[in-house]
Every structure is written in C-alpha cells, then in structure tokens.
Design a protein around this ligand. Sequence first.
Ligand SMILES: [Fe+2]
Length: 383
Amino acid sequence: MSAFIIPRKTYHGLGSLENLKTVEGRKAVIVTGSGSMKKFGFLDKTVSLLREAGIDSAVFEGVEADPSVETVLRGVEFFNRENPDLIIGLGGCSAIDAAKAMWVFYEYPEATFEEIIKPFTIKPLRNKARFVAIPSTSGTGTEATCATIITDTCKGIKYPIVSYELTPDIAIVDGELAKSMPPNVTADTGMDALSHDVEAFVAALASPYTDALALDSVRLVFENLPRAYADGNNLEARQAMHDASNMGGMAFSNAILGIVHSIAHQIGGMFGVPHGRANAILMPNVIRFNSLDTDKYQLLAQALGKKTVEDFALEIERLRQSVGIEDSFKSYGIDPKVWEEKLDTMVQNAMDDPCTGTNPRQPTAEEMKIIFERCFNGEVVDL
Ligand SMILES: [Fe+2]
C-alpha cells in the first residue's frame, strides 16, 4: 500500500503567475534569492498580483546558494515579526528550500535542526501558514517535493530534511521565470531534472503514478533541453523544461532516487561540482550498472525511438555533450591527487546515503568505488 502526495494545486503554462490573484490570504512573506527575480521584474509582479488578491506582502531577500542555518533562522525571525498566513518561495531552488525550512520553525519555534532532520517526523504544518512555490529554475522540482537541504556552514554539514508536510500547497510553474537562467545553469538544472526522471523510474518505490510522470518528462527533456540551452528566450522550450522539472519532482518525491544522487551528493559536497552536472556525468554508467537488475530502462529507450539500454545511455551522453557538459570528472577539472585522497570517504558516504536504499541494484563498496573511478576517468562501467 502506498500514497502519492503532490501539491493540491499546480498552475502551469506561460503567464500562470497571474493565478496568484486567486490565492486567498491576509499577509504573505515572499522569500527570494539575491536579485534575479527583482532584476527581471518578477518580484514586483508577485507583490502587485498579491495586492490584487487583497494580500499584503513583505519580502525576505538575499537567500544564498546552498542556504545556511543562519539564513533560515534570520528568516524565522522575520516571519515572527510579520506574522504571515502565506509563505511564498520565489526563485531558484535555494529560495524555495530555505522558505520550506523557515516554515517549519515558524510553526514549531521549539524545534531543532537535529529533530527535524529525522526523516518523516515533522509534525503537521499549516497551523499558521500555507506554502506557495514559484520556481525560476527547471531542475530540482522542489515546488513539488517533500524535501529541502539546509547547510550548517560552521559544522560543514548539509541537513537533508524530508517530510510530506513540506510538499507545497500550491506550485506555480511559469516558464517565463526560467528566462533568467544563463545557459550553463539551464544545462545543469535540465540534466538534474532528467536524473530525477531516470532514477525515479527504476527506483524501488516507483509506481504506475510516478512512472507515467517520469516517462513523459524524459521525452520533454530530450526534446526541449537543447532548444532552451541554445536560445534562452525560446519560451516554448522554457515552459516544456519547467513542466518536465515539475513532473520529475512529483515522480521522485514519491518514488525516491538512486545512486546517481548518492554519488553526486558526495562529489558536489567535496569538490563543488554543480549538482546537475555531476548527475549528467554519472547517469550513463549508473544505468549500465543498474541494468543487470532492472529491465525498465528499455521502456525509456523505446520512448526515444531507440532499442537497447546501451542506446539509452549513449543518448544521454549525446545530450550531455550537446549542452556543453564534460564526459568525466577529470575533464571537469578535479585534481586526480585530491580525488584519490578523498575517494574512500566519498565511497563510504555514498554507501550510507539515503538514496542508495532505493537504487534498483545494491552495490558493494567495491562496486561503488569502481563506478566513482570510471566516471572520474570517462570510462565505461561493465560490472
Ligand atoms: Fe537532483
């Protein structure tokens, strides 16, 4: 027996930001990043649409990439002063992720980070406020997911916080906001979306509900990521990638992920490789490794008009190359000596990563190490 949990309402399509006019509330706090939403006029537009709905707003700006505990606590103080009944995460995944964590501490002031990182233990939210997520990047799908990641910069720890209480009430998936992304971010986030589809599709908790979303999202990414990368003003491609990202978010929030993410979490944390870029380098080899224990990749190959699992892995390599992503961590520029020093720690942490448990094939530490090494050198995994 399983549940399938997604936002109660998803507004999508170019111009769907206008739906803010229909939202009910008294006071909104808008949580946003370091300026692109303001620069492109979307912050002002959000404030004015809320005004039309009769909702006052206050803005908490300046959420950084990889939002910190300090930023979350500053946000909670702001929430306590402003007393909102509507929280709006507007911008990249960092802004939305930070707003999700602020929401928890606003509702439960006595809670600690140590308590809320225990998976699926957050008490019911929505006693004080509801949550609206409006993404400007097309990758994490955080507007549809039960997850957020907050960084403790003092301890150097990333806190993954997972609870279906965190799934937003309303997602607004308007591709116009994605125009603000430069090409490298379009490429990295787009490949992150693809990795959510591919991992959710074969994950241990996949269901017909998540499969349908993941399968169609794969098709959308292959058709539209090269177009959005080549021309950031192609709004049709932007909207399609925004939809794909949201569909991937709905899929993986319910099916969970696999070892592409377990490994990328380590390489991202240790070497600062952008998350989606690491996923793009890892995906073909993880597919080759997993294909021994699942035949579902065949369906993804067929969706692209291909026959074999290897065809599918090669299609991802071609897509990766077409959006300017390297074929190995060595060519990305990681120093081989430092890589070697950190390798055993990264392998152990990847084995312990929560995403490993839902991977369709359980690797031994030795196999995990070989996957790391082959992806570092740009060699094919044949385990
Ligand atoms: Fe991801």
